[in-house]
Design a protein around this ligand. Structure first.
Ligand SMILES: CC(C)(COP(=O)(O)OP(=O)(O)OC[C@H]1O[C@@H](n2cnc3c(N)ncnc32)[C@H](O)[C@@H]1OP(=O)(O)O)[C@@H](O)C(=O)NCCC(=O)NCCS
Length: 186
């Protein structure tokens, strides 16, 4: 499918491109990214970014199996973070570079992506989320976007070393109105 642009009050979400390679490499080399993002190659290199941006992200849009957006403050601005909806897995994944955290950007981006998915995909009734248990920042983003906490168990997406650490799991249902639910371990 054709890449889609999503606009929010403060952000514009567009397909990441090779022009984002150097800045996203710098942001993704932060150690917490390796700890929290299961399939991110580690240590992360410019070549990894070029493969993702030049091959994986465009192929995901082409097949419709993995839709990823760079998060920017304006159309020609640098990539601050990334968010992906993976219809094949039925879940979302995201990261925000350290300099742009704590402004509510990821919560805003996630709400917009959830709304876009439910609006454009009538067959989708639920969107999954998971994080390594203890990833409070990610869980707060999911809670703020109206996800329900569904429990702690090993993550479904295997880490790059073949392990499945304990994870927190959540789901956003189409029928939900997007307001926060109780029950999160936060
Ligand atoms: C998780 C992450 C995407 C949050 O991005 P962000 O843009 O800072 O998120 P927001 O500003 O929308 O903040 C959302 C909530 O998290 C809280 N938060 C942000 N950073 C936090 C931290 N380090 N510890 C605890 N809470 C934190 C905010 O206070 C806010 O809480 P509230 O909604 O209850 O007020 C970012 O920290 C990140 O990329 N971390 C590393 C990669 C990662 O963990 N990705 C998710 C994998 S599942």
């Amino acid at each position: 499918m054709e890449p889609v642009v999503i606009r929010t009050e403060r952000l514009v979400l567009t397909m990441p491109t090779l022009a984002d390679a150097e800045s996203s490499t710098r942001l993704l080399q932060e150690p917490v990214m390796g700890t929290m993002l299961a399939t991110l190659p580690w240590p992360y290199t410019l070549a990894d970014a070029q493969t993702y941006l030049g091959e994986v992200a465009p192929a995901g849009w082409e097949s419709g199996e993995g839709l990823s957006w760079a998060i920017r403050e304006r159309d020609d601005g640098p990539q601050l973070g990334n968010i992906a909806w993976r219809p094949s897995r039925g879940d979302v994944g995201f990261w925000m570079g350290a300099p742009s955290r704590g402004r509510g950007y990821m919560s805003e981006a996630l709400r917009a992506v959830v709304s876009w998915v439910f609006t454009t995909s009538p067959e989708v009734d639920r969107i999954g989320w998971e994080a390594v248990a203890g990833n409070v920042a990610s869980a707060r983003v999911a809670r703020a976007a109206g996800f329900r906490y569904t429990g702690v168990r090993p993550v479904e997406v295997e880490f790059r070393d073949g392990t499945r650490p304990m994870g927190w799991h959540g789901v956003r249902l189409r029928a939900d109105d997007g307001s926060p639910h109780p029950g999160w371990p936060l």
